[in-house]
Design a protein around this ligand. Sequence first.
Ligand code: VG1
Ligand code: CO
Length: 542
Amino acid sequence: MIRTHETTPFDGQKPGTSGLRKKVKVFQQRSYAENFIQSVFDAAERQPGSTLVLGGDGRYHNRSVIQQAIRMAAANGYGRVLVGQGGILSTPAASHVIRKYGASGGLILSASHNPGGPDEDFGIKYNTVNGGPAPEGVTAAIYARTQEIDRWQDVDAPDVDLDTRGVTHVGEMAVQVIDPVADYAALMEELFDFDAIRAAVKDGLGMAFDAMHAVTGPYAHEILENRLGFAKGTVRNGTPLEDFGGHHPDPNLVHAKVLHDLMMSDDAPAFGAASDGDGDRNLIIGKHRFITPSDSLAMLAANAHVAPGYAGGLKGIARSMPTSAAGDRVAEALGIPAYETPTGWKLFGNLLDAGMATICGEESAGTGSDHVREKDGLWAVLLWLNILAATGKSVDQIAREHWARFGRNYYARHDYEGVESDRADTLMAELTGSLASLSGTSFGPLTVAGADSFSYTDPVDGSLSENQGIRVLFEGGSRVVFRLSGTGTQGATIRVYLERYEPADGNLDAETPAMLAEIIAAAGQIAGIERHTGRTAPDVVT
Ligand code: VG1
Ligand code: CO
């Protein structure tokens, strides 16, 4: 029996870089999640009886929204829901399940790297039929719908048992509770040489994987320990917790410090990695060698051919604009195109669907390929392992050889978090206003060669994305980028991306902060960071 509930719109249900993210308390308001989900169902392209994929990163509030989404899907004409056991599906696994079972889309309940718990964050993302994040056109339609919504629908049905695999019915709709890991693990076995990795493990290749009490725990236990033979205990913090143990499941040098310290110590295994809340990001640290995500993209692309899934070569390499240009140099050497898109994974989907790119990546530790339409943390870890196993080299050796061939892009990101939104907006507005007069101006030893506000025209569908960040290029190839985060839930986060290129015969073995010092100083002056925010140092450096 379908029930119709009257409602009125909530302000601010506009999806950001990666779905709708708000405090749990906001989502717990009556009809808040329902309004958004109904708007997705109203705006989504789908046939009657189509399949919806459903799962999340296990954070607080995950299960209640899943139960509600199931009742709503039944009332809105879906024929089947595939839901991960325990309400669990990593973002890349959800992308794969959508593709594999021909679903019309999926709801992924996650706020990714944001903290979880009753006073922390929750989020809902909608992915479309290709398994990728809803493109701008779709998110705009969803947002428009949230502003005029006057009813949502569900069926009167009890909660589904999410912990037992199998099929039940809610109204006329089938609900299938699936193993969240099996399909994904099988896909990884197709792409990578598990035999070679297993042999390397037998020969002593060791690793430490920090699942950060988030969604990758079950995936990493199964793939790394059960299938590849890494010792029990290789996966740390491997049980998903609703509050991620009180930590931020953000795999960077601040929040994955324990792993970082281990990897810099005498006890370090050969390889260390971590993933984020929803499993789409990765942190790669070799013994005594941290690999920046931008470098990881470049190194993976340069060596991908050793893995069976990429033996035929790459079609192209895509990166987000703030990501360093290290990958572009690999593309040039391979004679394949390089693409520069706005931040986020939305714009990679068209390139992957059109067969124009094979590997994509972002400076924020997202890397992935055309095997799904999301970034994929464990995929990156497995490709690294495949490369280590196939070459017998260490992470440090791979990095040094890479830089000796392509040069090195020293890189860091500085985040100023929780800035008052007005102040952050003023900073960006002033900066945008000053662009025309920046060229030729000097800051210390650096002279501005050009500056612009990044916009992107999608080469596949011609859609235009404007105001995607401010780029300031210096003579000699160094660069600083400024943009506001689109994933936060409190105030504004200003991101400052710093990059300096050293050619292959340059200084390849220096410390990053020293190499970036002049650019950091110039960035502060150009944007007036202290003047606008009162901050003298960033909150997070990655
Ligand atoms: C951040 C990252 C971006 C990433 C996005 C979603 O966005 O910078 O690279 O795609 O998070 O990732 P922003 O707008 O805060 O800079 V995830 O792992 O949160 O789904
Ligand atoms: Co994520």
